[in-house]
Design a protein around this ligand. Structure first.
Ligand code: NAP
Length: 248
């Protein structure tokens, strides 16, 4: 499907690599002005150079999504600079895996702060401009781990599961203003986050995936772009898996 996001303003967190980078470049190549967020300025500059060398428009905003103050200030700047915010994709996420018995307080707090509070901060920060425009699209990247859990990932599973409740509450709160809020739950996608899986773990995973392959960042971007498009205007408060049939 060919999407046209000409002159739409699309904000993507975790845009410096992996799923977020693919989403950002795909939107930019479809005409959107993209706002690239991550903590690392240098890696955002590299994505910006790639986008702009193909004629795309982008703005980099290096900050930590777990800071409500920084998220709000950044979105105020984006709104004043571009005049609107059409789409927010809350994609930034980390893992700090450990068994519950061994999990340190900071491993729990960091994952919840970035993966769940970061999503709330994003939603809160774009709500005003989207309500003013009486239109908006918010897409939160969760994980199938939020649906089925995983040993060693209690912090990650809790945060990703929390995104489902947050998505539905926000969809109910913002629906009357024509703002849709949906969640995407990827399965195993080939990125840096999954790059260190051993061959034996990968082979075990493949046995659980009916389509017998790991996903690509484009597989996730395809759904995100559809949900951000005008064609998805009657879809809100939903969770969509992109997982090769792993969870059904
Ligand atoms: P990744 O390659 O590790 O990229 C994560 C991105 O998030 C980077 O751009 C990173 O940039 C940014 N980020 C991390 N912490 C941040 C913070 N505090 N503030 C701002 N940006 C931050 O991960 P990925 O595999 O593309 O995953 C993207 C999303 O999909 C995550 O939410 C992940 O949980 C979810 N997901 C991934 C998979 C998978 O198989 N890969 C499966 C299910 C769900 P900096 O480090 O420079 O800040």
């Amino acid at each position: 499907m060919q999407f046209n996001f000409q002159d739409k303003v699309v904000v993507i967190t975790g845009a410096s690599r992996g799923i977020g980078k693919t989403i950002a470049t795909r939107f930019a190549y479809s005409g959107a002005k993209v706002v690239l967020i991550s903590r690392t300025k240098e890696s955002l500059l590299a994505v910006q150079t790639e986008i702009e060398s193909s004629g795309g428009v982008s703005l980099i905003q290096p900050f930590d999504v777990s800071s409500m103050k920084e998220f709000e200030e950044s979105m105020k700047y984006v709104d004043s600079n571009f005049g609107k915010i059409d789409v927010l994709i809350n994609n930034a996420g980390i893992t700090k895996d450990n068994l519950i018995l061994r999990m340190k307080e900071n491993e729990w707090d960091d994952v919840l702060d970035i993966n769940l509070k970061g999503v709330f901060n994003g939603i809160k920060s774009v709500t005003k401009p989207m309500m003013k425009a009486r239109k908006g699209r918010i897409i939160n990247i969760s994980s199938v781990i939020g649906l089925i859990g995983n040993a060693g990932q209690s912090n990650y599973a809790a945060a990703k599961s929390g995104i489902f409740g947050l998505t539905k509450a926000a969809a109910k709160e913002l629906g009357s203003r024509n703002i849709t809020v949906n969640a995407v739950a990827p399965g195993y996608i080939i990125t840096d986050m999954t790059g260190n899986l051993s061959e034996s773990v990968k082979n075990e995973l493949l046995k659980q995936i009916p389509l017998s392959k790991l996903g690509t960042t484009d597989d996730v971007a395809n759904l995100v772009m559809f949900l951000a498009s005008d064609e998805a205007e009657y879809i809100t408060g939903q969770v969509f898996n992109v997982d090769g049939g792993m969870v059904m």
